[in-house]
Design a protein around this ligand. Structure first.
Ligand code: HEC
Length: 92
């Protein structure tokens, strides 16, 4: 599925996320904070929408997702999915 996310804007609006997920989403400052870098874009969009509308319950993330617009979610997903993941062993 094609998304219209702008990764540069995603970086700019992800300041508030960095204290837990790291600048590139490749840090987990606590073991329970998931790595976002290299995650599939569709999955990140789905996860953030789910936190926003309460389908996925987490006290921390429900709060942070509350203020995100659809465009914010697309842009954040574009940023993290374009970063190199920890296990990014491309086979092709
Ligand atoms: C105070 C720490 C903290 C901050 C700040 C924070 N997160 Fe999270 N994030 C978490 C935790 C903890 C989880 C795991 C929650 C769960 O178990 O569902 C999580 C989960 C996620 C997930 C789901 C990942 C997965 O693998 O399912 C996404 C996507 C995400 N965060 C994006 C963001 C974005 C975007 C921001 C900024 C708008 C942000 N987070 C800010 C702590 C944080």
């Amino acid at each position: 599925m094609a998304h219209a996310g702008n990764p540069q804007r995603g970086l700019e609006i992800s300041q508030v996320c960095q204290s837990c997920h790291g600048r590139n989403g490749d840090e987990a400052l606590q073991p329970e904070y998931p790595i976002l870098a290299g995650q599939h874009e569709d999955y990140l969009v789905y996860a953030l929408q789910s936190y926003r509308d309460g389908r996925r319950q987490n006290a921390i993330m429900n709060g942070f997702a509350q203020n995100l617009s659809d465009q914010d979610i697309e842009d954040l997903a574009a940023w993290y999915s374009s970063q190199q993941g920890l296990y990014d062993l491309e086979m092709d």
